[in-house]
Design a protein around this ligand. Structure first.
Ligand SMILES: [Zn+2]
Length: 120
């Protein structure tokens, strides 16, 4: 599992470049079939835009020409700062439904490459 640096302020083009760099390093010049990327719901990265840039940049690398970028969003998990109840956050409404206090996000914030599939 490799983290793509700090994700919050990164532009889709920058992220696409980082994904390509990691794939080159990890694949060891073998032909890459799929790259599975996990995104956080709070990053507000536009998946279509990211795929668009990835498809352009990958053409510069022969072993990535056929690579497909598969994007999935991770569930976002928050914990109430007061009563410590954990919630799955769907609508980015950060208040505890039980006691109305704030939630802190404890899972699902980081973007990372889950796996890289290489042709045998
Ligand atoms: Zn609470």
């Amino acid at each position: 599992m490799k983290y793509c640096q700090e994700s919050a302020k990164m532009h889709e083009l920058g992220i696409a470049k980082t994904i390509v760099e990691i794939a080159i390093e990890e694949s060891n010049h073998k032909i890459v079939k799929e790259i599975h990327l996990k995104l956080s719901k709070i990053d507000q990265i536009v998946a279509d835009s990211l795929m668009f840039y990835f498809d352009i940049i990958k053409m510069d690398y022969q072993n990535l020409n056929e690579a497909e970028l598969k994007i999935e969003y991770q569930p976002l998990i928050g914990k109430c700062i007061q009563c410590k109840t954990k919630y799955s956050i769907d609508d980015l409404f950060f208040l505890c439904p039980k006691c109305n206090n704030g939630l802190e996000i404890i899972e699902g914030q980081e973007m990372f490459i889950d796996k890289i599939i290489i042709y045998d």
